[in-house]
Structures are given as C-alpha cells and as structure tokens.
Design a protein around this ligand. Structure first.
Ligand code: NAP
Ligand code: GLV
Length: 309
C-alpha cells in the first residue's frame, strides 16, 4: 500500500528525501507516476489538479502540505468519509508571527514612508505610532492567531481576537461570532486576517468590514487571497479611509503583472511567503499519519470537514 505525492507546483526531490528518511518502509510515489491507483492509501496534496482525488478508491487519508485545507475541500471529487489532515508546525507558526510583527512594525515605525522619502532624498523625521495606542485585532484565534496575539502583546500592543466560538487568551480581549464582529472592528487600528478560507469567511474583508474600522486603519492579510474583495480594498485606500495594507496572499497567484496592487504606494505585496513549509520539519508528522491510518487510527491534525477547517 502506498503514499502519493500530489503537488505539481512543489519540488518533489526534497520532500521525497525527507519522507524516505522518516519512513523507509513507505512505498512513496510521485504523481503522475501513480502505479495502480487502488494501492494509494494516503495522498499528500498541495494545489493539485481539481477532480483528481476521485481516482483513488482506497484512500484512508488526504493530507495537506500546508496549514490550510481549502485547496483540498474545493475538489469536486473529494471522496466522502475520508479524513483530511493538515500540518501544524511550531516553526511555521513562529514564521507567521514574525511576518505579522514585521508588517505591524513596518507600519507603526513608518518604514513605508521613510522608504518613499529616501527615494526622493528627503530628510523627514516622522514620529512612530506608539504601540500602547495602536489596537491590533486578529481575525482567527487558532494556532496562528493565538501565537501572533501573544507576541504582539509582549511588544506592548493592545490585542483583541475574533473567532467563531468563545475563547480565553491571557491578555487578549476575545470576541466571538458574527454578532460581535462590528464591536471587534470598531476597536481595531490594525486588522490582521488569519482565518481559514471557508464559505463563511470567503470575501469577509469587504467594503462593509472596512467601513466599520476606524479611519486610518491598516490591513494585514496573510491567510488567503479569497478572503479579500480586492476592489473594496482599493476603494477604501483611495477614499483615504484605510491607511494601507500588507498582503501575502491573492485571489490569483502569482499576482498578475498588470494587477493594480503592484504599484500601489500604500500596499506592500509579498509573494505568499509569510510561512513556508519545510519538508524536514513536517516529514515526521506525515509519516506518523501514514502509519496511523494503516493501523486503523485517526490521523493527527484531522480537520472537521463540515466546518471546513
Ligand atoms: P486554525 O487553527 O484552524 O484556526 C482558525 C481560527 O479561525 C479559529 O480560531 C476559528 O474559530 C476561526 N474561524 C474560523 N471560521 C470562522 C468564522 N466564520 N468566524 C470567526 N472565526 C472563524 O487555523 P490556523 O492554523 O491558525 O491557520 C489559519 C489560516 O492561515 C490557514 O487556514 C491558512 O489558510 C492560512 N495560512 C497562511 C500561510 C501563509 O504563508 N500565508 C501559512 C499558513 C497558514 P474557532 O476557534 O472558534 O474554531
Ligand atoms: C500556506 O499557505 C499554508 O496553508 O500552510
């Protein structure tokens, strides 16, 4: 029985090396060289061709090569009843918090503006925004949101978090549910999106949400491009209501050359790089899941398919 690496956009060699080191007994195949498809029990997916998952009749687990699983759940051939597992990794979590902190400080310490001044050889001292007066609001208090919240607290920012169900996080004011979204937004100067992409969160960063933020608020989206209604962001920046945005993820990736975000003076674009997956770090949990599902056990980090995360 075999494991299939189904991630056409990723370099397979490094993955294969680390997976073989962790599980020398595993019959590991790389798509499209699948061999007999009925022998595949676990598929490792990242941005695979949609529909492909219906071709493996004996799957025991579909595993994401990232934290998110939206790319798997959108497959129209998703076989019912097969568990879907995601990665959870301390290093990736730390990397995401670093990204969020860098984006927050880039804004509060005025690096964007200094860079513009520098391009014109202008010496213009600017006061930074004072951390205790800048309220950060994190959408999503899961693995990533909680870590970022705790680290921003240490830097002196007042932090609130918004989630689907009530949470308690030390030092963070936690609000939950659609009915408390406006309250959360009205006290947020820097909005950070770390939500999973689900039918409920698709397009959540829209005109309505922006209008509930205080004037001069800043947006950081490091979750998924489909959370953001791009035209609404441009309108909110152009009207002067939002001060700027730092975006790591986009509706279309790579971001098309003609896209208005590239040249926008108040948008920082990073190429889906907030948190990379390192094969060496996550190969052990993948191999562990292969062994578990073969032994009839539930995989680690299985998501709730009905919730979508
Ligand atoms: P997670 O642990 O599953 O946490 C998700 C959080 O979002 C939970 O707090 C959940 O609320 C909340 N949530 C979900 N649906 C909601 C809704 N409708 N309303 C309010 N809150 C809602 O996820 P994670 O590990 O933190 O990762 C989040 C996302 O980050 C991933 O799905 C992925 O898309 C993205 N990501 C991006 C990168 C990158 O490089 N840019 C890297 C890694 C991950 P409850 O706690 O109440 O369930
Ligand atoms: C990256 O985007 C991930 O979901 O891990």
């Amino acid at each position: 029985m075999a494991m299939l690496f189904l991630a056409p956009g990723l370099k397979a060699s490094s993955w294969i090396k680390h997976l073989r080191m962790q599980g020398p007994e595993v019959d590991l195949r790389v798509w499209p060289e699948t061999g007999p498809r009925e022998e595949i029990e676990l598929v490792l997916c990242w941005k695979h061709p949609l529909g492909e998952l219906r071709n493996y009749p004996n799957l025991k687990c579909i595993a994401s090569l990232g934290f998110g699983v939206d790319h798997i759940l959108r497959d129209p051939g998703l076989p019912p009843g097969v568990p879907v597992a995601r990665l959870v990794d301390e290093g990736m979590t730390r990397a995401m918090s670093e990204y969020v902190i860098a984006a927050v400080l880039n804004h509060t310490r005025r690096f964007d503006l200094f860079r513009q001044d520098q391009s014109q050889r202008v010496w213009r001292p600017r006061r930074p925004l004072h951390a205790p007066e800048v309220r950060v609001g994190i959408m999503g208090l899961g693995t990533l949101g909680r870590d970022a919240a705790a680290k921003l607290r240490l830097l002196g920012f007042p932090v609130a978090g918004w989630s689907r169900t009530p949470k308690e996080v030390a030092g963070v004011s936690c609000l939950a549910g659609a009915e408390r979204l406006d309250e959360f937004l009205s006290r947020t100067d820097i909005l950070v999106c770390l939500l999973p992409l689900t039918p409920a969160t698709q397009g959540i960063l829209d005109r309505r949400v922006f209008s509930r933020l205080p004037a001069d608020a800043y947006l950081i989206n490091a979750a998924r491009g489909d959370h953001l209604v791009e035209e609404d962001l441009l309108a909110a920046l152009d009207s002067g209501h939002l001060a700027g945005a730092c975006l790591d993820v986009f509706r279309t990736e790579p971001l098309p050359e003609s896209h208005p975000f590239w040249n926008h003076p108040r948008i920082v674009v990073t190429p889906h790089s907030a948190s990379h997956t390192y094969p060496a770090a996550v190969a052990p949990q993948i191999i562990e899941n292969f062994r578990r599902v073969r032994a009839g056990q539930a995989p680690l980090n299985a998501i709730d398919i009905d919730k979508g995360y």
